[in-house]
Design a protein around this ligand. Structure first.
Ligand SMILES: Cc1ncc(COP(=O)(O)O)c(C=O)c1O
Length: 488
């Protein structure tokens, strides 16, 4: 506001002349909006004014009954959802391919996980969904231990754009009287166009967490948590978020959430992004050796779908890894993919993608066309700095992990996180409770979570991955000569 003397926090004083370095980076206009919780600007933890109005507009636009703005990404939303649904004596049914924030959410809540394996897609080397059969089996397993699950948590869409049948999964949860939490971090756009898979809220999920910054236009870290129905107490969500979020939430982030909602809800908001997606989907498969992950590759019945804005390209038949393809695209064509695995390159489109002739999707298509194919052992492979990993057959042989589905047999994630730990030689680690997350890559699904008892089969699988040039993420010793375990 012109003429105002800002004797309040923040110290940059609405971007005064004295703070030139930050002005140079983000501009003086942005700084004028970087405010604190002053009179009239509402309070994120107990909103009654403009933040409440913006959250209500978001709830209406995304199809929720109540919406919370998040200033620490979906990470904090997932943590709060777990805390709101599960306490220290509870069992949470949770998909094995969940994001790390689900693990930290369990540390915060104190609950114990009952893991559910995903449906494995062998062609693309990814978990594509969670089946209703495995969810039902998890409820049965909880009962067989004399336990009642307090909630179920799954990821849909996955990083690769594949979706679970949330409608059927929600029905299974509701038959058991518990809420379904969906990590829809990668799908905040689903509510806004008929070309996208149906949004989790429209399919009956009770709590949905979305990274509004991932495919919509909010600033990084800006996300939303949505709730509907009566299975989750809203005051528990609010109090969990009050515990976890900053007492100085960024007004830039919150304003960006409001603006992202308005942009997404405008007519034609996704026309350009969908045109870009259409271009990639119709041209890339014509290039010999490339396959695009599409609904017909899925095991799940029709109607479950793949997000058209997530273009997952299998490059393995070019005899190169996804890591190599990703580096090559960036170095040679200034196309920067979102993610690479041994087999895949993942291109993430968003509401900001333009469909004009020189746009990124054209460049991506052209650069894939120029991609060296079929002879990675020649120049292309030699210039690849990332080792090529085992073939998918070898990887799969090593990784029976993907069929894992079981009650945690060690201690809760919280107890494991708080426990005294020691390093032991890997040969002596069988039977001990892991203090580390051991995630073989490929396929990138944790084999052992902290708190789980390490089996001889786990050790064999991990060593086989290393023998095939795979990596173990999360391990303090990447060569796995030693493993950090809990002192019992
Ligand atoms: C499936 C999934 N869930 C949750 C998150 C966390 O989201 P955020 O970065 O908004 O905290 C991510 C981040 O990549 C993710 O991939």
């Amino acid at each position: 506001m012109p003429g105002v003397t800002p004797l309040h926090i923040p110290g940059h004083k609405m971007g005064s002349d004295a703070i030139h370095a930050i002005r140079k980076i983000i501009g003086s206009e942005a700084l004028q909006h970087d405010m604190t919780e002053l009179e009239g600007l509402d309070i994120l933890s107990t909103p009654t004014g403009c933040i409440k109005a913006a959250q209500d507009l978001a709830a209406a636009a995304f199809g929720a009954e109540a919406t919370w703005f998040l200033v620490n990404g979906s990470t904090v939303g997932i943590q709060a959802a777990i805390m709101a649904c599960s306490g220290p004596s509870d069992v949470l049914i949770i998909a094995r391919n969940c994001h790390m924030s689900a693990f930290s959410g369990m540390v915060l809540s104190g609950c114990k996980p009952l893991w559910v394996a995903g449906v494995w897609n062998n062609t693309f080397g990814v978990v594509e969904s969670i089946s209703t059969a495995s969810l039902r089996a998890a409820f049965t397993e909880a009962r067989s231990h004399g336990l009642k699950a307090s909630a179920a948590l799954l990821v849909s869409p996955t990083y690769y754009g594949t979706c679970s049948n949330v409608q059927e999964l929600a029905k299974v949860c509701h038959e058991h009287g518990v809420p379904l939490i969906v990590d829809e971090a990668h799908g905040p756009h689903f509510a806004f166009h008929g070309s996208f898979p149906q949004a989790a809220l429209a399919q009956g999920a009770d709590v949905v967490i979305q990274s509004t910054h991932k495919t919509l236009s909010a600033l990084t870290q800006s996300s939303m948590l949505h709730v509907q129905g009566s299975l989750v107490q809203r005051s528990r969500i609010s109090s969990a978020l009050e515990i976890l979020q900053s007492s100085s939430p960024s007004y830039l982030l919150m304003a960006s959430l409001d603006a992202a909602r308005a942009t997404a809800a405008a007519p034609g908001a996704f026309d350009e992004a969908l045109a870009a997606s259409h271009h990639l989907h119709s041209h890339l498969p014509n290039i010999p050796g490339l396959q695009i992950l599409s609904p017909h590759h899925l095991h799940q019945p029709a109607g479950v779908g793949v997000d058209p804005l997530r273009v997952t390209v299998r490059v393995r038949d070019l005899d190169i890894t996804g890591y190599f393809a990703s580096e090559w695209l960036e170095d040679n064509h200034a196309v920067v993919p979102e993610l690479a695995t041994d087999q895949l390159v993942v291109l993430a489109l968003g509401i900001g993608n333009a469909a004009s002739a020189q746009s990124m999707h054209e460049a991506a298509t052209q650069s894939f066309t120029a991609q060296p194919s079929g002879n990675c052992s020649d120049n292309a492979a030699d210039s690849c700095t990332i080792p090529r990993v085992a073939t998918s057959q070898n990887g799969n042989e090593a990784l029976e992990v993907k069929t894992l589905s079981a009650m945690c047999d060690g201690m809760s994630p919280r107890n494991a996180a708080m426990a005294l730990t020691q390093r032991v030689e890997t040969g002596d680690a069988a039977g001990r409770i892991s203090a580390e997350l051991l995630c073989p890559y490929p396929p990138g699904i944790p084999l052992v979570f902290p708190g789980e008892r390490i089996s001889p089969q786990n050790i064999h699988a991990l060593q086989t991955v290393l023998a095939h040039n795979g990596r173990i993420r999360g391990a303090a010793d990447p060569q796995l000569r030693e493993i950090q375990v809990v002192v019992e």
